[in-house]
Design a protein around this ligand. Structure first.
Ligand code: GDP
Ligand code: IMO
Ligand code: MG
Length: 424
C-alpha cells in the first residue's frame, strides 16, 4: 500500500514550494493541493521562462501528471479560469489532467469584499491579507453557510448563491466600506460556467484509490507552518491548517497513510504581511537579502520582510509536521555574505528560551550564532561534494539542531538549479 508524500513550507510561506513540486513531479503521478487558495503564489522557472500558479497544483506542466485540487482548498473561479487559460496557452488543454473536488469551497465576490472591509476596519492592526477572500470563505465553511464546487451542478445553485450574497450584503452594511461587485460578479458567473468542462470529483475517494493501486501521490502545501491557523503567529496567520495534519482533512487521507514529509525552508527567512518575525532585519543586510533574493510577493508584488534563519521557529515546525527530510532553498542568495547568522534561541524578559513561545512579538530578542560565509558562486553546483566547506558546515549545523537530514539544496530559481543528495 502506497502512502502519500508531502511537500510543505516550514516558515512564513514563499519558501519555494512551487519549484520543488515541479522538480519532484516526475517521481509522482498525482499532485494534490490540500488547503489555501489564490492567496498562494507558487513560482516555476523552466526553459528560460517563469510561471506563477495560485490554485492549480505545481505538477501541471509535467506530461502525464494528474493534478487534484482537494476539498480543503478554496476556489475563486475567476482566478482559477485566468490561470487555466494562461497554462493552456503554453501547454495545451489541461481538461483531462486537472480534477477538482466537489467539496472544495467557492470564494464569492462578496467574500472578497468582506475581506477588504474587515482589513480596512482593522486599521493599524491589519493582517496584511492578500485580499483574495480567504478568511471570509473559510469562516462560511466552518459556519456551515458555504457553497461548494459540487453545488454548481445543482438547479438551486443560483438561488443559494443569491441567498448567501444577501447575507454578505447584510454583513457589509456594518462596515463603512464602499464596494461594487457588478463587474466581478459577471466574470464570476461566466467562470463558473467555464469550469463545468472539468471533472468535479470525490477527491478523497480518487486519492485513496490511487494509493490502493500503488500510484505515487504528492501533497503540495500552500503558505507555511508559521501561518497555520492554530500554531502560527495568530492572529497574523491564514485561515487554514497549513501543516501535515491539513493533508488528512484537506484530502481525506488517514494519518497512517501519510508517508514522507518534506519540509521546505529558505536559507534565511522572509515574511509578507504583518505580524511577529523575531529575526527580521531592518538594516542594509535585510535590504541586501531582498535585493539579491528578489523578495517581492508572487501574488501581490509586495516587498517581503527579510531576516536571518530562525532555528527556534524551524524546530517548532519540524516537530509539528513530523518532517522526515528538509529541503533548503535559495542557498545561492547568501553567496556574497561575509557572515551568516542563525537564531538558536530567544531572549524573553532576560531569560533564554529555545522553544517557540505564545508571545512572539517585540519582547522576543533572537540569540544568534555566526557562521563564515562561502563567498563564492554556487549556482552551477550539482553535486553536494562540490559545495564549499562553509556551506556544508552551515547545513551540518541545521541538521544537528533539527535532527533532520537536508536532502535537497536549491541553488537558483530554475528547475535545473538543484542538488539532490542520495538517501542516507
Ligand atoms: P512558494 O510560494 O513557496 O512556491 O515560493 P514563491 O514562488 O512565492 O517564492 C519563491 C521565489 O524564489 C520565486 O521567485 C522562485 O522563482 C525563487 N526561487 C526558488 N528557489 C530558488 C533558489 O534556490 N534560488 C533563487 N535565487 N531563487 C529561487
Ligand atoms: P504561498 O503558498 C506568503 C500571508 C499574507 C498575510 C496572511 C493572511 O505562496 O507560500 P490571507 O490572504 O491568507 O488572508 O493572508 O498570510 N500569506 C502568505 N504569505 N506566502 C503565501 O502563500 C501566503 N498566503 C497568505 O501575506 O500576512
Ligand atoms: Mg509564494
Amino acid at each position: 500500500m502506497k502512502k502519500i508524500d508531502v511537500v510543505l513550507g516550514l516558515q512564513w510561506g514563499d519558501e519555494g514550494k512551487g519549484k520543488v513540486v515541479d522538480v519532484l513531479t516526475p517521481e509522482y503521478k498525482v499532485i494534490a493541493r490540500f488547503q489555501g487558495g489564490p492567496n498562494a503564489g507558487h513560482s516555476l522557472v523552466f526553459d528560460g521562462d517563469g510561471f506563477v500558479l495560485h490554485t492549480v497544483p505545481s505538477g501541471i506542466f509535467r506530461p502525464d501528471s494528474v493534478n487534484v485540487i482537494g476539498n480543503g482548498v478554496v476556489i475563486d473561479p475567476v482566478i482559477l479560469m485566468e490561470e487555466i487559460r494562461a497554462i493552456e496557452q503554453r501547454a495545451g488543454s489541461i481538461t483531462d489532467k486537472l480534477l477538482i473536488s466537489k467539496r472544495a469551497h467557492l470564494i464569492l465576490p462578496t467574500h472578497r469584499m468582506l475581506d477588504a472591509a474587515s482589513e480596512a476596519a482593522k486599521g493599524k492592526g491589519k493582517i496584511g491579507s492578500t485580499l483574495k477572500g480567504i478568511g471570509p470563505t473559510y469562516m462560511d465553511k466552518t459556519g456551515r453557510n458555504g457553497l461548494r464546487i459540487g453545488d454548481i451542478l445543482s438547479p438551486e445553485f443560483q438561488a443559494r448563491y443569491d441567498a448567501l450574497k444577501q447575507k454578505h450584503f447584510g454583513l457589509l452594511s456594518q462596515y463603512d466600506f464602499e464596494y461594487d461587485i457588478t463587474e466581478y460578479e459577471q466574470k464570476w458567473m461566466q467562470a463558473v460556467e467555464e469550469l463545468r468542462r472539468f471533472s468535479f470529483i470525490d477527491s478523497e475517494r480518487v486519492i485513496n484509490d490511487y494509493l490502493d493501486r500503488d500510484v505515487p501521490v504528492l501533497a503540495e502545501g500552500a503558505q507555511g507552518s508559521m501561518l497555520d491557523i492554530d500554531f502560527g503567529t495568530y492572529p497574523f496567520v491564514t485561515s487554514s491548517n497549513t501543516m501535515t495534519a491539513g493533508v488528512c482533512t484537506g484530502l481525506g487521507v488517514a494519518p497512517n497513510r501519510v508517508g514522507k514529509v518534506m519540509g521546505i525552508f529558505k536559507a534565511y527567512c522572509t515574511r509578507v504581511g504583518s505580524g511577529p518575525f523575531p529575526t527580521e532585519l531592518f538594516d542594509g543586510t535585510g535590504e541586501e537579502l531582498r535585493r539579491i533574493g528578489h523578495e517581492y510577493g508572487a501574488t501581490t508584488g509586495r516587498p517581503r520582510r527579510c531576516g536571518w534563519l530562525d532555528l527556534v521557529a524551524l524546530k517548532y515546525a519540524v516537530m509539528m509536521n513530523g518532517v522526515s527530510e528538509l529541503i533548503m532553498m535559495k542557498a545561492d542568495v547568501l553567496n556574497t555574505f561575509k557572515t551568516i547568522k542563525v537564531a538558536t534561541a530567544y531572549e524573553i524578559g532576560g531569560k533564554q528560551v529555545d522553544w517557540f513561545p505564545f508571545e512572539s512579538g517585540e519582547e522576543v530578542k533572537p540569540v544568534y550564532r555566526e557562521f563564515p560565509g562561502w563567498d563564492c558562486d554556487i549556482c552551477g553546483v550539482r553535486e553536494y561534494e562540490d559545495f564549499p566547506q562553509e556551506l556544508k558546515d552551515y547545513i551540518g549545523f541545521i541538521e544537528e539542531q533539527t535532527g533532520c537530514p537536508v536532502r535537497i539544496i536549491s541553488v537558483g530559481p530554475d528547475r535545473k538549479e538543484i542538488v539532490i543528495r542520495p538517501e542516507r
